[in-house]
Ligand binder design. Structure first.
Ligand code: SF4
Length: 395
């Protein structure tokens, strides 16, 4: 069957004929994709529908009979297979996403239902313009080394089903943290941020800051509730020794960080700023606290370098403590995290759309789930361990 592209979506020729026959416009299609409720519709397809329940909560300007009970059937690859008007309501065999497969094997993920708040770290690309020796963003499958998760449609669909899953588990605030690699190397990032916000996520972004421009912040800064900047040092030589620089040796200085933070706050005055520092063998003696205080972040998170994939010398517990002590002028902002606290306490998705997790046997690298879109969030979550208790303790 031939597929054709309509706006940003791919649809079968059958679906495009049905669209015309049913008088469904691409505007309606977009509304359904944006606001509709998602179901497993048998075989391996999804159904997305603005049913009565969803229709009630649509913005007033968008209400209308043209959207109600319009269903899109979409394949797992993001192709719109067909469109329907559901005259008899939702078919009984359709299962709302998140309600499926509650079997013994999924006990673990129910744990997350106890959490009022969860953060999903979406590493949308492995690409980075820096080359930090302690970088953890080295994923198993090289096909994702230079590109984001398969397509924009699949990416939006993945975000949607992850959101649906946790919302249906009763999680009130679901944060989507865009990470990388360097996420700003993904050209669609501002769209993804805006779409994630529309879906209902609270959005955060963690970046090395080098590509953070006023134009980008104008496009989506208002939807970023929390901006994370990774800063290991304010010394040029230290940054170069770590690899926190471009191949041409460019590094950001204090003033450039300051500008980026003020540009972000200009777009989102109530936005929160977090600075992440990885304490490693190159910066363990440094005193960053004065400059950190002058940047006025809401939080300074200090991590002990993780052994996973690290090409840098590890540091001892005593070195880490020493760093925290000598930077204690910023103790009101500082939140230190040990390797133990970091292990299995992050919910992470790699650029291929799999959950992945670090483990106590850190040198063994990551453990991956199967493709979330193929097997669903519940099953994929059951394939990696997420320690909800440790997560809760971090916040
Ligand atoms: S800036 Fe971040 S993603 Fe890029 S190399 Fe450094 S640690 Fe890795």
């Amino acid at each position: 069957m031939n597929n054709i592209a309509v706006n940003e979506f791919i649809m079968s020729t059958h679906a495009s004929v049905r669209l015309q026959q049913r008088g469904i416009t691409t505007e309606t299609l977009n509304l359904v994709l944006q606001y509709g409720r998602w179901f497993y519709a048998g075989s391996s397809d999804y159904a997305i529908v603005i049913d009565n329940k969803t229709h009630d909560v649509l913005p007033r300007s968008l209400k209308g009979s043209h959207t109600r009970n319009t269903a899109i059937i979409m394949s797992q690859e993001g192709v719109i297979v067909t469109v329907e008007h559901l005259r008899k309501g939702i078919p009984r065999h359709w299962i709302p996403i998140g309600h499926q497969r509650k079997t013994k094997t999924h006990k673990r993920e129910r744990f997350s239902g106890c959490l009022p708040f969860i953060v999903v770290n979406f590493h949308i690309t492995q690409k980075c313009n820096y080359c930090c020796q302690h970088c953890f963003a080295r994923f198993e499958d090289n096909s994702c080394a230079s590109s984001i998760f398969r397509s924009p449609e699949s990416t939006v669909m993945l975000m949607q089903i992850v959101f649906n899953h946790f919302r249906e588990q009763g999680v009130k605030t679901i944060r989507m943290n865009f990470a990388g690699g360097e996420p700003l190397l993904e050209k669609n990032l501002s769209n993804y941020i805006n779409r994630a916000s529309q879906i209902g996520f609270e959005v955060s972004l963690i970046t090395n800051g080098s590509l953070l421009t006023p134009v980008f912040l104008k496009e989506c800064g208002r939807n970023i509730a929390k901006l994370g900047l990774s800063i290991d040092s304010f010394q040029r030589d230290t940054n170069c020794a770590i690899g926190r620089c471009t191949p041409h040796g460019q590094v950001l200085n204090f003033t450039q960080y300051q500008h980026r933070i003020s540009q972000y706050r200009h777009e989102r005055s109530n936005g929160r700023v977090k600075i992440n520092t990885v304490v490693n063998s190159m910066n363990k003696e440094e005193i960053l606290s004065d400059d950190i205080i002058r940047l006025h972040p809401d939080e300074w998170k200090v991590f002990k370098v993780l052994p996973v994939h690290s090409g840098i010398d590890l540091i001892s517990e005593a070195d880490f403590l020493n760093f925290c002590n000598q930077n204690s002028r910023a103790r009101n902002l500082m939140r230190a995290e040990t390797n133990e606290e970091m292990t299995e306490s992050y919910l992470m998705i790699d650029p291929s759309g799999r959950f992945f997790q670090n483990s106590e046997h850190s040198h063994a690298g990551y453990k991956y789930s199967e493709d979330i879109l193929k097997i669903g969030v519940s099953r994929a979550l059951s394939q990696v361990h997420f320690d909800a208790e440790k997560f809760r303790n971090r916040y």
